[in-house]
Design a protein around this ligand. Structure first.
Ligand code: XIL
Length: 362
């Protein structure tokens, strides 16, 4: 007789063509008895999650899940320009201060997300008219914000999403007010300013869509590498690469391409973090138990390919529970089922994805 797990694996194969066999590494991992590992050993890869301020303030179960599982946090918002800078003159620190307070009271650290990004910009920044004004605003922002959290936020996504979705050439940079006014030199300037504002902080450049099979993703990887190499050649302070890891459930991982990319980053002395892992599941089959295994198998392929060269410096998911996730804002399912992109379900129970993550933390 077929076990329940075999039935799930068979329907997974039938619905998606993805064969997770009972004897594959992932199959074996999922079959082993569940160990409620939680925060785990202090010497493994630190796991963390993005936090949302509403439930952080109001929901004890949410806070308990973070404390149980995480050694790091990052604000889903709070340090973005539109949260911090409602006007040119004002800096509002309420949200990051609360996040950092919660983190330190519970023995966790907070990562800083993010400084230079095209997104989440308040409207007033559209009026930045010249290169010199842009330089003044960007440098002033970095000095003020990173200076304020100096020694407390130890790792920063200084540069977020610098490469366009389909780069026209290897030197293509995504448009932003900074790129439009200052050109590519804004990236080195931001990193140098960050290094002065907090000389001990880990400075990270973060990107998505680096890991899938296909020409568009290969072009994105190559353009990202071109930028990384250029910064390192010029001795710009850049310490780590962040792979956001917003995996698309329907897209296979380019294991070879990803491993080669990571090996090259490592050869330049860079650390590697996974900063925003989740599985966008709008195009995956409906039944949750099939979907969860498919999502776990994507995470497995992704983390396994990265790990080939050396261990991660940190691994964070973009949220901890399916109850609070950005995914339905952009990738809502059309069949009425809820999205399930994260390692805990909406009642904070660990899903197969959590077992895969914990496997790679050891
Ligand atoms: C998203 C947040 O999750 C949303 O709550 C917010 O409205 C928009 O930004 N890549 C990033 C994150 O670097 O900052 C984004 O976060 C998700 C994609």
């Amino acid at each position: 007789m077929l076990s329940r797990r075999d039935t799930i694996l068979t329907s997974l194969k039938a619905m998606t063509g993805v064969a997770v066999t009972a004897s594959s590494p992932l199959g074996t991992l999922l079959a082993s008895p569940v160990r409620a590992q939680g925060r785990g050993q202090a010497d493994g890869v630190p796991y963390g999650a993005a936090v949302r301020d509403g439930p952080l303030a109001s929901e004890p179960d949410y806070r308990a899940a973070l404390v149980r599982h995480c050694r790091q946090l990052v604000g889903e918002g709070g340090l973005k320009w539109y949260d911090l800078r409602p006007s040119r003159e004002r800096f509002v620190y309420d949200l990051p201060d609360k996040q950092i307070d919660f983190a330190s009271r519970n023995g966790m650290t907070l990562r800083g997300h993010t400084v230079v990004w095209y997104g989440a910009m308040p409207d007033w920044t559209k009026s930045i008219a010249s290169a010199s004004e842009a330089e003044r605003e960007m440098v002033g922002h970095i000095e003020t914000v990173m200076g304020r959290y100096r020694g407390r936020i130890k790792s920063w996504d200084v540069i977020n999403e610098p490469i366009p979705d389909d780069p026209a050439s290897r030197s293509d940079i995504r448009p932003s007010i900074w790129q439009q006014r200052m050109g590519e030199s804004h990236i080195a300037l931001a990193l140098r300013t960050a290094a002065r504002a907090d000389p001990d902080a880990q400075l990270v450049m973060n990107e998505y869509d680096i890991e899938f099979v296909g020409p568009r993703f290969r072009r994105k990887r190559e353009a990202f590498l071109r930028l990384i190499r250029d910064l390192k050649l010029r001795n710009v302070p850049l310490h780590a690469i962040g792979l956001q890891g917003h995996l698309r459930g329907e897209l296979p991982i380019d294991r070879e391409g990803l491993s080669a990319f990571i090996a090259e980053c490592r050869s330049m002395g860079l650390k590697v973090l996974v900063t925003e892992l989740d599985v966008v599941d709008d195009k995956l089959p409906g039944p949750p138990e099939v979907r969860d295994i498919l999502a776990a198998s994507r995470v497995y392929d992704f983390l396994d390919a990265i790990r080939v060269s050396s261990p991660l410096d940190a691994l964070l998911t973009w949220g901890i529970s399916d109850r609070y996730t950005w995914v339905p804002l952009y990738f809502k399912r059309t069949d009425g089922h809820l999205n399930r992109p994260l390692p805990l379900d909406s009642d904070y129970r660990p899903k197969p994805m959590m077992r895969v993550i914990e496997h790679f933390l050891r």
